[in-house]
Design a binder for this molecule. Structure first.
Ligand code: MN
Ligand code: MN
Length: 455
């Protein structure tokens, strides 16, 4: 069988594997939201000489450019030696992760506490989000359009936030409920404070917090209306396991693939085909919105590249270019977890430590919602992986009737290009602390580089 263990196959790469994981952990710790990930990606792109495509009048082979969409979506290109109409080699990944979003009218006082009401984003097991340290990240726009950026709960001397759970001693009724209902969506309210403001009769605790927000951040209660605030786990990426073989962190889905793609784009020289790095938002809620994969931003960006390359009819030219393109929809796969047997077909699952995973199809039931890659394209990739000595495996997302999931592959496929899902296996996906293998992380980066370099 073609599945090989990276740790055994690549013993000489042990140092590189460990060092790459250190870089990833550092990047992830400052990139917990889609906005932060995009901002930090642009820092690396600019440092590597990428220019904003809107600020250059023309481009040629070898040039490196990028575009940012609403601070939540970035696309970068290296112009290849071949003409653009021969197609691009595209790496796409999403930078949003499941979390709790702060509602627009969130503050309320009950009992002796003031709370922040939230609305969860993406698919979560709600019971996993109580009694863990939480942090608040995001932006608020004041009425005068001043932008306030908030990160509370990440520094060691910051307070953390959190959601309480009922004590076990009084949980007789609660524990009768099923896991879906034991904590409801409206129960996920974050505790903000407990001190009453002196001399205030009505909502004294809420008023104390409001005074704090006013003094510290110049925020009024009404400013939550024009805010995007996200509640995320206040945990740092850490080595996992005595052998430090894995990384535990919030947001591997899909920041791990986004990071592998970013590094592959940055560190691949001599590209034959024009490369495209596409980091996108809103995948966890259906790739909707102006910053999601369905947005015309992607196509318009390709057209803009065609225009700056001098194509007479850039929109038509971009359509041809995309039809000849090849894409990897880079997203995490369900890692085989021996503690939960029976949910997957082990021989068709993603095994941690066995390298880059290719999912010919995702979807659920009878492959519903999947793009189902062409055998011809799988053969093309298989050859690239073999020629470059990359450990890879194929996988499905669990047993046929057990559930399923989708990615952005089918959206790429709508342009009539070749596309397949590819990523690394994750344990505890969508939980506040997801697990990946360092070996898979490094091997994925190497595999993506090989794809960008391919002739
Ligand atoms: Mn994902
Ligand atoms: Mn996901």
């Amino acid at each position: 069988m073609y599945r090989k263990n990276v740790w055994l196959e690549k013993q000489n790469s042990y140092e590189q594997i460990m060092n790459f994981a250190e870089d990833y952990k550092k990047f992830l710790n400052i990139s917990k939201t889609e906005r932060e990930f995009v901002t930090n990606s642009v820092v690396l792109l600019r440092r590597a000489g990428y220019l904003n495509l809107n600020e250059v009048s023309s481009i040629k082979a070898g040039d490196k450019v990028y575009l940012v969409n609403r601070d939540k979506n970035v696309i970068a290109f290296t112009i290849g030696k071949k003409p653009l109409k021969d197609g691009l080699h595209i790496l796409g990944a999403h930078v949003d992760s499941p979390r709790l979003d702060v509602k627009q009218n969130p503050l309320y006082e009950r009992g002796d506490f003031v709370y922040l009401d939230t609305h969860y984003y993406g698919g979560i097991k709600k019971y996993q989000w109580v009694t863990i340290p939480l942090a608040l990240h995001g932006v608020v726009y004041l009425t005068n359009n001043t932008k306030i950026e908030l990160i509370i709960g990440e520094r060691d001397d910051d307070p953390i936030l959190g959601i309480s759970d009922l004590l076990i001693h009084l949980s007789k009724d609660q524990l009768q409920k099923n896991a879906r209902e034991v904590i409801g969506g409206e129960d996920l309210d974050v505790t903000l404070g407990n001190i009453p403001l002196k001399g205030v009769d009505k909502e004294p605790i809420k008023n104390f917090v409001l005074r704090f927000l006013k003094e510290k951040y110049a925020l009024e209660e009404e400013d939550f209306v024009s805010a995007e605030l996200e509640i995320v786990p206040a945990i740092k990426a850490r080595d996992y396991g005595l052998d430090r073989s894995m990384v535990a962190a919030y947001g591997h889905d899909d920041k791990v693939c986004a990071y592998m793609c970013l590094r592959a784009e940055l560190e691949t020289t001599d590209k034959e085909y024009t490369s495209c790095l596409f980091l996108v938002d809103k995948e966890e809620i259906g790739s909707v919105g102006a910053t999601g994969a369905h947005s015309v931003f992607f196509f318009n960006s390709i057209a803009k590249v065609a225009e700056k390359l001098g194509a007479p009819d850039p929109y038509f030219y971009a359509k041809k270019a995309l039809e000849n393109s090849r894409a990897l929809s880079c997203d995490v796969s369900a890692g085989e977890d021996p503690l939960y047997p029976g949910t997957s077909d082990e021989k068709n699952g993603s095994h941690l430590g066995y390298g880059l995973t290719f999912n010919k199809y995702t979807g659920s039931g009878g492959k519903g919602g999947s793009n189902d890659a062409n055998a011809e394209f799988v053969a093309y990739l298989r050859n690239i992986m073999n020629e470059n000595n990359i450990c890879y495996q194929t996988a499905e997302l669990g047993k046929v009737d057990q559930g399923g999931g989708g990615t952005i592959a089918y959206i790429f496929a709508n342009h009539n290009m070749e596309v397949i899902d590819s990523g690394v296996g994750v344990l505890s996906m969508h939980s506040p602390m997801e697990i990946i293998s360092k070996a898979d992380l490094y091997e994925g980066f190497m595999g993506y580089r090989a794809f960008l370099k391919a002739k």
